[in-house]
Design a protein around this ligand. Structure first.
Ligand code: BEZ
Ligand code: FE
Length: 285
């Protein structure tokens, strides 16, 4: 007989996972039950609160489709996505940090020559972005591929517009023989994450705003290096200290400088060699 009580229930539930064949699944389910039970005890969860939680999760699921992933948004706004990224992308000092991919990445952005403008139909304050892609020893990486995307001057991505089939403010560039990249664009704006669903409701209930500070997304790949997903944040943005999804890291904040009347942003990316990653994994075994 189970004879469940406050004191024996957690162990009893954990015990039911004892024969789980997949050892990692067993570890995760055991920790999940342990922490969920501790949470219920800590807050003395009532029937009404438990049901409100069930309704919230149900509404979150109902909001999901192929274009909207409300559960990822929930994970983002609770800091879980960033914590998971930090744990899985620990890097030696000096290498460019990983950052959130976000829901607005699109494969197949147009291939462009260095210097081209990714703002094809959008208007805004012109911005020139430049820098280098480097190895940890500072040597340039030629022919690295930079996949770039950003919001417009009002904070919207092309995907959020009426004619979402048309790509804009996206481009793919290859570094030259000196590891350099440069492209023209417009200054992106801060923007709210989608807040018309349960996650937005949660933010409002907590008195939180839904904004991300202005940023430019990058996915960089080069032979012999680990692919890097990251973002550069514009210094001085009103939300730089309160990103709704906790993505900002000081090493990824860039200053904008006006030269000859045009805004410039400069950033050198330092890639992690595949061999370094392999060596670390061997060390961890
Ligand atoms: C983004 O930066 O595109 C993003 C990241 C997380 C949630 C929503 C948007
Ligand atoms: Fe973004």
């Amino acid at each position: 007989m189970q004879n469940s009580s406050e004191s024996n229930l957690t162990d009893a539930v954990i015990e039911t996972f004892a024969k789980t064949e997949n050892a990692r699944l067993q570890e995760i389910m055991t920790a999940l039950v342990k922490h969920l039970h501790a949470f219920v005890r800590e807050v003395n969860l009532t029937q009404d609160e438990w049901f409100a939680g069930i309704q919230f999760l149900t509404a979150t699921g109902k909001m999901c489709d192929e274009r909207r992933q409300e559960f990822i948004l929930l994970s983002d706004t609770l800091g879980v996505s960033t914590l998971k990224d930090l744990i899985n992308n620990r890097k030696p000092e000096g290498l460019t940090e990983w950052n959130i991919l976000g829901p607005f990445y699109r494969a197949g952005a147009p291939e462009m020559a260095l210097g081209e403008n990714i703002a094809q139909n959008e208007t805004g304050e012109p911005l020139l972005v430049s820098g280098r892609v480097l190895a940890p020893n500072g040597s340039p990486i030629a022919n690295a591929l930079l996949d770039v995307w950003q919001s417009d001057a009002e904070g919207f991505y092309d995907l959020q517009k009426m004619d979402a089939s048309h790509m804009d403010l996206r481009g793919r560039f290859h570094t030259n023989e000196n590891g350099e990249y440069f492209f023209r664009t417009i200054k992106p704006s801060y923007y709210p994450i989608p807040d018309d669903g349960p996650v937005g409701k949660m933010l409002r209930a907590a008195g939180r705003h839904p904004y991300r500070p202005a940023h430019i997304h990058f996915q960089i790949s080069a032979d012999g290096y680990k692919a890097l997903t990251t973002e550069l944040y514009l210094n001085g943005d009103p939300y730089i200290d309160s990103d709704a999804v906790f993505g900002v890291r000081s090493s990824l904040v860039i200053d904008l400088e006006k030269r000859d009347g045009v805004l410039h942003a400069h950033y050198d990316f330092v890639m992690e060699p595949v061999s370094l990653e392999k060596r670390e994994n061997v060390g961890a075994e």
